[in-house]
Design a protein around this ligand. Structure first.
Ligand SMILES: [Zn+2]
Length: 241
């Protein structure tokens, strides 16, 4: 894999005009944060670079355009979701391509959250014009998938208090059973270690020798297919002769 190119498309939401700016901003921040944290964690400036590109919305349905994106992120409004913390999907295709769909929504809180002191003391004004508070976590989580991370195994799920707020042990937690309602998720050392284990010290940069091996692999595969086709044609000819 080379340094991933992350692409997002501009979009328009007439009912929630702030959505576009906020989501594109969050996406940019998420890419930067993964990159910076990986760089800091490994002390390696070169191996974890990612590029972030934004395209105008008319380009989204232009099937002939060549974008050269490894990870593409789309946004869709989904008011049907009720209480869903991680409201996003990631599809991973062969050759390292992936697509992320972020389903954003206006803030909807569970009864527990609504009855909590913080929210009762908070000014609810303005909330109807914002998107849900967890969208930043959702984007970081989906990015983790796009980079190759799976969900955290149940036994590794835990949390720690930071300034009185419970923080999950990984951004890749999907099972919220038994966790405090006000838990927040961030990219943790656990996630960074998992990625370093996955890619190795060289990060996203694959040494030339591996590219070369890849090409040889494809050539061998192509050769086998040609051979099979050849054998099938030959056996049919024999039968008809
Ligand atoms: Zn997930």
């Amino acid at each position: 894999m080379r340094n991933p190119v992350v692409c997002a498309f501009e979009f328009e939401d007439k009912e929630l005009p702030i959505a576009e700016k906020q989501l594109l901003e969050e996406t940019k921040n998420a890419v930067l944060e993964w990159k910076n944290k990986l760089t800091q964690f490994t002390g390696d400036e070169d191996s974890w670079k990612m590029e972030y590109k934004v395209f105008p919305k008319e380009k989204q349905h232009d099937f002939f355009a060549e974008y050269d994106c490894d990870i593409t992120i789309y946004f869709e409004r989904d008011p049907l979701l009720v209480v869903e913390v991680f409201a996003g999907y990631t599809d991973i295709y062969p050759f390292g391509l992936s697509e992320i769909l972020i389903l954003y929504l206006q803030p909807i809180f569970s009864d527990e959250v609504l009855n909590s002191e913080t929210l009762q003391n908070a000014e609810p004004i303005g909330l109807e014009n914002s998107i849900d508070l967890y969208v930043g976590e959702t984007i970081r989580h989906e990015f983790g998938h796009a980079l190759g991370l799976d969900h955290l195994p149940k036994e590794a799920i835990s949390y720690d208090y930071k300034n009185g707020i419970p923080v999950g042990s990984s951004i890749m937690i999907d099972d919220l059973d038994g966790l405090p309602w006000n838990i927040v998720f961030e990219i943790t050392e656990y996630d960074l270690r998992a990625l370093v284990n996955l890619y190795g010290e060289g990060g996203f940069k694959v040494p030339f020798s591996l590219w070369f091996l890849n090409i040889i692999g494809y050539l061998i595969l192509g050769g086998i297919i040609v051979l099979i086709v050849f054998l099938i044609i030959r056996s049919k000819r024999k039968r008809s002769a």
